[in-house]
Design a protein around this ligand. Structure first.
Ligand code: ADP
Ligand code: MG
Length: 227
């Protein structure tokens, strides 16, 4: 009986996700159809060009994120240190940060003990969370990326000085298609949560509206087998 409930729950979840996807993709397609009609009747207009391209890239973004969520690549776990990953992510996002007057600071403390993980997936999580941190700061500021160890866990901290997350929105955090951004997909956090759960880790969020947000990713440290 328990298994049946589980299957029913899974089906409900798949249905919810499918409805979300259908809705999110139908919106830009409906808009595109409208613009196509107008352009056909009244001829091209510069302003419409940009909007049409934006709608196309929105569909593309949603599909790219969904494909990542489906994770076609099997996980490749090994012992990795997190500090190099943090530096990679900071380098990758440097241009985007500078564009928004955001400075990325890295601080690491303690000897870097390895974590048993798929490094490309953890990098994906870091990229998503750091990108969100940058995007949360309308007027620039500092994003701090921290790596340290605490008890038996490796801890990654992404702290911003952005808009923060209200208690109401906190409830929906990580659910698909929950976005407050014009060009957002609301799939990034869901992917982060799925990856970290897969690694037997957890994500803790602390936020204060108007002050900033910290996402803390905690992963179990890799222990060498006793010799
Ligand atoms: P997207 O970035 O495409 O909107 P995400 O799943 O990455 O989708 O994030 C979902 C929502 O969570 C964002 O739209 C935003 O409202 C909120 N959010 C995530 N990270 C932060 C942050 N660091 N500061 C404020 N809000 C955030
Ligand atoms: Mg995001």
């Amino acid at each position: 009986a328990e298994e049946r409930i589980n299957r029913a729950e899974k089906l409900a979840l798949v249905g919810k996700l499918a409805a979300g996807i259908a809705h999110e993709i139908r919106n830009p397609i409906t808009a595109l159809r409208g613009f196509y009609q107008i352009i056909k009747e009244y001829g091209p207009k510069k302003d419409y060009d940009r909007i049409v391209m934006e709608e196309f890239s929105r569909i593309e973004k949603i599909l790219t994120d969904l494909l990542q969520l489906a994770r076609p690549k099997p996980s490749e776990f090994a012992a990795f240190e997190l500090t190099p990953l943090v530096h990679d992510v900071a380098t990758l996002l440097e241009a985007q940060a500078r564009e928004r007057q955001v400075r990325i600071e890295i601080c690491h403390s303690g000897a870097g003990q390895p974590v048993w993980c798929d490094d490309s997936q953890i990098k994906q999580v870091l990229l998503n969370l750091t990108r969100n941190a940058i995007e949360a700061m309308q007027d620039g500021g500092v994003v701090r990326l921290g790596v340290c160890q605490d008890g038996g866990e490796a801890v990654l901290r992404i702290t911003d000085q952005g808009e923060g997350i209200s208690a109401e929105r906190m409830v929906y955090l990580g659910q698909p298609f929950q976005t407050t951004k014009e060009q957002g997909t609301g799939l990034g956090l869901m992917l982060c949560y799925a990856i970290i759960e897969h690694h037997k880790g957890r994500i803790v969020v602390e936020s204060c509206v108007g002050v900033g947000t910290t996402f803390e990713v905690r992963l179990p440290l890799h222990r060498k087998p006793a010799s």
